[in-house]
Design a protein around this ligand. Structure first.
Ligand SMILES: Nc1nc2c(ncn2[C@@H]2O[C@H](COP(=O)(O)OP(=O)(O)OP(=O)(O)O)[C@@H](O)[C@H]2O)c(=O)[nH]1
Length: 551
């Protein structure tokens, strides 16, 4: 007869059932010798021959309990002697949970020992894995310096980590028990409204999570900037929000840096920007400082997704050059530099741009740069240029520019034999005019003569003042004959002008003009001028108010 059946006085079926159990079953007699072992027990202990083996040897962890056994005391129940023993590690690295109890006879007298063996390796490993995941997550959270919180929307309970408290200058213990009210008490009242609104939109399903920046009061009294992010993780059975988990990250440093940068961008005259151009030719300004309002008359938002409005404002004559300079910089990745005009609100402005391109992974080119208004500088440059070319009193070209123009004409003549003539014009008795009417009237006469040139000469003719009361007119593409006619026209027209005298009475003056044409005898410009000068001298000599041709 099977020893187990002998012991239990039970049926053969019971033994068969026990063979099917996944839990190991061992039965031992008062001496601790095994009398029954089911299949699961034999497998758990890795031994097919357990019968008559001492329990203490098979399961040494039970020894302390086996030593204290007392079979003579009746027991009130079948409760185990040892339940859920500390998990034991066998040679294969498996974990077994042992449960030792008496088997009682009907008079409640212990008559044998029952050991239940459960292989808990899998659950132990699961626990270890969870623990290591938890440690890893904690390390990550610690690394991000994130304060974490779990909020029970229904009860208001709020579970925080140590960093959350530290961020505000406290320890976790100092703030516990924490609730939703604890959080609210730290948030700046002006920011609380925004935070609540975002949370509500998330709960209503409008936002996949909520994300907000708010100020929170530090223990020292100052405000820190916090990036608050959270997500609903569970709802009650009737669909109400239950648990929300999230993080609080102190972004005070980056917020302050951002504010410093934005202040800087506001104070720097001009537009600080990032301009992006993708492979398809679409362009936009990911960042534009407030200066864009002065530079292009647009807001940063208007160009955030599309830069076309900017290009619409570029002066039509400068659009091609601007587009070319951008594409050159995009292709070469060299610094972009350009001066161009923009027109808006009825005004025209000169701009100068400088920026450095950067090629992004997706092929987009991103420039970082500055555009400034150089209208004033351009006007000054223009004025300077004009000043360096003109005579201050009459506004005509000055001697330097005249000789430069003569030199150019001389070169053209040498090359293409283009005819070219000059008139050398001298006001007669000018000293007398000064003496009789005063220097200021003399000046007025010179200005009036300059006006006469503007009225009577062709636009292609170039009139200038050589100095004093001496003028030179360069007549491009004009023969000696043509030049003579022009000289006579001027001579006659000036002679009939009523010039305002100092005493209020008009007076008249005349001109002596020498005319010379570039010819083979002129091996340089000065020869031509010198010939014209001689002709003037002859005109003076012949009685003034006349035109003489050079030999
Ligand atoms: N008002 C005025 N006078 C000037 C200016 N530059 C030179 N003059 C004067 O022009 C006069 C030129 O006199 P002259 O060279 O003797 O010649 P002129 O009196 O015109 O006599 P002719 O040339 O022989 O007809 C001098 O008195 C100069 O001082 C000027 O910018 N303004």
């Amino acid at each position: 007869m099977h020893p187990f059946i002998d012991f239990l006085n039970a049926s053969d079926e019971l033994a068969q059932i026990s063979e099917q159990l996944s839990e190991g079953v061992l039965v031992a007699n008062r001496q601790g010798l095994v009398h029954f072992a089911n299949k699961a027990a034999r497998r758990a202990l890795g031994n097919d021959n357990l019968l008559e083996q001492p329990l203490a040897q098979l399961l040494p962890w039970l020894s302390p309990y086996l030593e204290k056994l007392d079979f003579d005391q009746p027991r009130p129940d079948r409760s185990p002697l040892v339940s859920a023993l500390p998990v034991a590690l066998d040679s294969e690295g498996r974990h077994l949970r042992l449960n030792l109890s008496y088997l009682l006879a009907s008079n409640r007298q212990p008559k044998a020992l029952l050991v239940l063996i459960k292989d808990v390796t899998l659950s132990v490993r699961d626990r270890e894995r969870l623990q290591s995941q938890k440690t890893r997550l904690e390390t990550i959270i610690d690394g991000t310096r994130a304060g974490t919180w779990e909020w029970n929307v229904q009860t208001g309970e709020n579970i925080i980590n140590e960093r959350w408290a530290q961020m505000l200058g406290y320890t976790k213990a100092e703030l516990e028990p924490t609730t939703e009210a604890t959080f609210q008490s730290f948030v700046h009242p002006d920011d609380w409204v925004g935070t609540s609104a975002k949370v509500k939109r998330h709960f209503d399903g409008e936002l996949p999570f909520y994300d907000h920046v708010c100020r929170m009061r530090h223990r020292d009294g100052h405000w820190i900037w916090v990036h608050d992010r959270g997500r609903l993780t569970s709802r009650t059975a009737d669909g109400k929000p239950l648990w929300v988990t999230g993080t609080h990250i102190d972004i005070t440093d980056s917020k302050e840096a951002e504010e410093r940068l934005s202040k800087l961008a506001k104070t720097i005259p001009g537009l600080i920007y990032q301009y992006a151009l993708d492979r398809d030719g679409h362009s936009w300004f990911p960042y534009a400082s407030e200066g864009i309002r002065d530079i292009y008359g647009l807001s940063p938002q208007q160009v955030q997704d599309d830069a076309s409005l900017v290009f619409d404002r570029v002066h039509p004559d400068d659009q091609d050059a601007l587009a070319q300079s951008i594409s050159l910089s995009a292709n070469s990745l060299n610094k972009w530099h350009c001066q161009y005009r923009v027109c808006f609100d009825g005004k025209e402005q000169w701009l100068e741009g400088n920026s450095i391109p950067e090629l992004l992974d997706d092929g987009t080119v991103l420039w970082h740069g500055l555009i400034t208004d150089i209208t004033e500088r351009k006007h000054l440059e223009e004025q300077l240029r004009t000043l360096s070319l003109t005579d201050e009193l009459t506004g005509l070209y000055n001697r330097r520019h005249l000789f430069q123009a003569l030199e150019d004409a001389y070169q053209r003549h040498q090359r293409y034999q283009t005819p070219c003539s000059v008139l050398l014009i001298d006001v007669d008795h000018f000293k007398q005019i000064n003496d009789n009417h005063g220097h200021h009237v003399g000046d007025a006469v010179l200005k009036r003569l300059a006006d006469l040139f503007r009225e009577k000469l062709r636009v292609t003719d170039l009139a200038g003042r050589l100095g004093g009361e001496e003028f030179l007119v360069l007549l491009g593409d004009t023969t000696l004959e043509g030049a003579k006619k022009a000289a006579e026209l001027l001579c006659q027209a000036f002679a009939v002008l009523d010039l305002p005298g100092d005493d209020g009475l008009p007076f008249r003056a005349t001109l002596s003009i020498g005319v010379a044409s570039l010819g083979q005898e002129d091996d340089e410009v000065s020869t031509l001028v010198s010939r014209a000068d001689k002709a003037v001298y002859r005109a003076k000599h012949q009685g003034r108010n006349r035109v003489c041709l050079a030999h």
